[in-house]
Design a protein around this ligand. Structure first.
Ligand code: DCM
Length: 136
């Protein structure tokens, strides 16, 4: 029995506009078309912070400064645990390499995505904390 693999997701907020970055998934079919906090799997020997910097560099072509955890970890499946870390872009403009599209949302936009069931189920759990983060 090994520990659950960690997946790290970035709560990327632009402090100037108080908007959160959402990314639209292309796969797997169950969540294709839904929107998530971008991120990915932590590699062996890698810290969650370093993994988030690597993933956002690969997926969005940006450099981020990683902050503290947004909320409690969420069990995705018995072999996968999801953690959200606060992050801010320090260089670059996000472009979707792996995602279908990107969107910056304010509290109203985030509320609409949540209401319409457009967030991946695991990330929808964090909506209250995300709204607080955006000052809503
Ligand atoms: N995942 C998620 N929410 C995120 C990022 C990832 O629920 N913000 C899930 C989707 C996959 C797994 O984590 O089941 C691995 O993600 P990826 O395919 O992006 O490596």
């Amino acid at each position: 029995m090994t520990d659950a693999r960690l997946v790290v997701a970035g709560a990327v907020v632009d402090p100037a506009t108080r908007r959160l970055l959402l990314a639209q998934r292309r796969y797997p079919p169950e969540v294709a078309g839904l929107w998530e906090l971008p991120g990915g799997k932590v590699e062996a020997g890698e810290s969650p912070e370093a993994a988030l910097r690597r993933e956002l560099r690969e997926e969005l072509d940006v450099e981020v400064r990683v902050g503290s955890a947004l909320a409690e970890r969420v069990a995705l499946r018995d072999d996968l645990t999801l953690i959200a870390l606060r992050a801010q872009i320090v260089a670059g403009t996000p472009r979707p390499a792996d995602h279908e599209a990107l969107r910056w949302v304010d509290t109203v936009g985030l509320g609409e995505f949540a209401r319409d069931g457009l967030l991946v189920p695991a990330d929808a759990v964090w909506v209250p904390e995300l709204l607080t983060e955006l000052g809503g």
